[in-house]
Design a protein around this ligand. Structure first.
Ligand SMILES: [Mg+2]
Length: 198
């Protein structure tokens, strides 16, 4: 069963927020490109990542995976971190309607995300705010303190955790979250635009 949500009121009340990696940014494409091109991993593509715990779905040494994760988070790479298709346009539209948008990431620092939003989507500090929690489990507390009721997230484990904390997750479909759940899910940003009614 899929939860039915009163979408319009979320916009009016600014009661929604977004995860960053895997929702706004196509981080897994960057991750796998670094793996292929700099670590010589073959057949290393986002579709192969069927679990957020990479050690469960990839036959790659943990140390190598951690080195790639470190590269991605440090932003020291020769690739581009691309937005998910449609994300920029729809986020701009939402910001125009509802005011500044909130992004809550489990990354350890907000600066790299703020810079990316400014450089890639032309969203400066007047149109968005980024909070970096450093852990998945700290997201619920941040959202609660900001009065957010809905959170768009790609990590299924976090969705279950948010739900328990009274936040309604909207699962952004990705190859690594294809397991049974009862949350509202969206397949990309045009689907998300429909969800918000913009
Ligand atoms: Mg994510």
């Amino acid at each position: 069963m899929v939860v039915s949500l009163n979408k319009k009121s979320y916009i009016a009340n600014q009661s929604f927020a977004f995860d960053f990696d895997g929702v706004v940014a196509d981080t897994m494409s960057l991750f796998t490109a670094i793996g292929r091109e700099e670590f010589g991993l073959t057949d290393f593509y986002p579709e192969k990542i069927t679990d957020y715990d990479l050690t469960r779905c990839l036959d790659v040494e943990l140390d190598t995976l951690m080195q790639i994760v470190t590269r991605v988070v440090s932003t020291k790479y020769n690739h581009r971190l691309e937005p998910m298709p449609g994300a920029g346009e729809i986020l701009q539209k939402l910001a125009q309607i509802s005011g500044p948008l909130l992004f809550v990431t489990a990354r350890p620092d907000a600066e790299s995300v703020e810079d990316w939003l400014k450089d890639t989507l032309d969203m400066g500090k007047d149109s968005c705010e980024v909070i970096a929690t450093g852990s998945f489990d700290a997201k619920a507390g941040v959202l609660q303190s900001r009065g957010k009721k809905v959170f768009v997230e790609d990590r299924l484990e976090t969705c279950f955790y948010l739900k328990e904390a009274g936040i309604e997750p909207v699962l952004f479909v990705q190859p690594w979250n294809r397991r049974p759940h009862s949350f509202h899910e969206v397949r990309g940003w045009s689907d998300l635009a429909d969800f918000f009614g913009v």
